[in-house]
Ligand binder design. Structure first.
Ligand SMILES: [Fe+2]
Length: 416
């Protein structure tokens, strides 16, 4: 990755649009929501108002350019998020946090200095700051999802659901190779390196993600319902971002890793491994590789999967607040015919999050991945409705604890 300074114009435009993206989210909150903690294992929302600016400031100005701090207390207070085991919530009180105006003033000053420093910032750090912010645009949505409906203001019109009957279909993927990881010289987070090619034995995979309708059979057989469902007067509802709606039967079910694994076992099947996901998504029957699953080509490059991510390819990049039907975006199908590998919900894999051979932590952010190589987090691939399209690159890896229920995380089934 280049350590030369980023082209200031590109940096500036992308940063402004990422800041607008996260700014929009705060604007949807009621004043009382700002100090609440909608997810017990995460900070109060006020933390994120300071964190995005503190992260950029600490990384770019303080640690890289050596600019003296103007507010050491906030630099530290807003430096890092938390990820305790489920049930071990933090115990701070709203009064322990500063006022909104004070936090906003810190952010404004940090942004001014950051913007004036653009031409001296290495390109790699620009990517880190941008992607860090966009990751939080998604994780903040998970937190907001758990606020009471009267504490957030947004569009109350859900996507259109068809509730038609949908045939379960398994697709055979023959023996072959796939590539994991990012090519040297391209941007990726530390856990995306080194790139390597591995063999994957033949397997069959479900064309669609497991739906709410399919999971309902499991619940009726005694399994506990997902976090995103609510039972009202004998019927099941999906707790959407801004409104509760009758359970959309053909939308993907959002579950924990433990629930996904239990369902797969009940159905006599398995979850995909990380390598199987790559093979189903990015390889072709002609043993070619694609950057993205879909067939569409870019203008200049005549090979499949080169067109940049767009709405017909899947439900990602902030177009919707909630999932759509699993067969709603056939334009994103992979060369093997597997649907929605990118978008409409991350996909749990059975692969524990760990380093690839050659892994080296970023010296400027050593704990980003390494702190989570603990066999207590699992890899997720793909994207959710609230995932920015930059994360659709093949090598990007997401990870969460197996019981963390708040993520837009779906799954599909395999047979070996
Ligand atoms: Fe963060």
């Amino acid at each position: 990755m280049s350590t030369t300074p980023a082209p200031p114009r590109v940096f500036s435009d992308r940063m402004q649009s990422a800041r607008a993206r996260t700014g929009e989210l705060f604007a949807l909150l009621s004043p009382q929501a700002v100090y609440s903690r909608p997810v017990p294992e995460r900070h109060r929302l006020i933390f994120y108002l300071g964190h995005l600016e503190a992260f950029d400031w600490n990384l770019i100005c303080r640690k890289t350019l050596g600019i003296p701090s103007f507010h050491p207390h906030f630099d530290k207070l807003f430096e890092f998020g938390i990820d305790p085991p489920i049930g071990k919530a933090a115990e701070d009180q709203p009064a322990d946090w500063p006022g909104v105006e004070e936090v906003l003033a810190y952010g404004r000053r940090a942004r001014r200095v950051i913007d004036d420093s653009l031409d001296r910032v290495p390109e790699q750090l620009v990517h880190v700051a941008l992607e860090h912010r966009l990751m939080h645009a998604e994780t903040f949505a998970y937190l907001m999802h758990n606020l009471p409906y009267d504490q957030k203001f947004g569009p109350r019109i859900p996507p259109v659901y068809r509730n038609h009957s949908l045939a379960a279909e398994m697709i055979d993927i023959p023996d072959g190779y796939t590539t994991l990881g990012q090519r040297a010289g391209e941007f990726g987070w530390d856990n995306e390196f080194d790139e390597h090619r591995i063999q994957v034995s033949a397997f069959a995979v479900s064309k669609y993600k497991v739906t709410n309708a399919a999971y309902l059979n499991f619940v009726e057989a005694g399994a506990s319902p997902p976090h995103f469902w609510a039972q009202r007067e004998g019927g099941w509802f999906y707790r959407g971002m801004f409104a509760e709606i009758p359970l959309p039967l053909n939308a993907p079910v959002y579950v924990t890793h433990r629930q996904a694994t239990a369902y797969a076992r009940w159905a006599g099947k398995n979850l995909l491994t990380e390598a199987q996901f790559h093979r189903a998504a990015f390889e072709t029957p002609d043993a070619e590789e694609r950057p993205y699953p879909w067939e569409n080509k870019s203008g200049e490059d005549n090979s499949g999967g080169t067109a940049l991510p767009n709405a017909p390819h899947g439900n990602f990049d902030f177009h919707h607040w909630d999932p759509v039907d699993v067969d709603a975006t056939p334009g994103g199908d992979s060369a093997f015919g597997v649907s929605e590998l990118m978008g409409n919900g991350w996909e749990w894999t059975s692969t524990p999050f760990g380093p690839f051979s050659g892994f080296q932590p970023f010296p400027f952010y050593p704990g980003y991945s390494k702190n989570f190589f603990d066999e207590e987090h699992y890899v997720l691939k793909g994207a959710s409705p609230r995932t920015a399209s930059c994360f659709l690159r093949r090598s990007f890896r997401n990870w969460f604890r197996p019981d963390y229920p708040y993520v837009y995380a779906s799954f599909r089934l395999t047979e070996n």
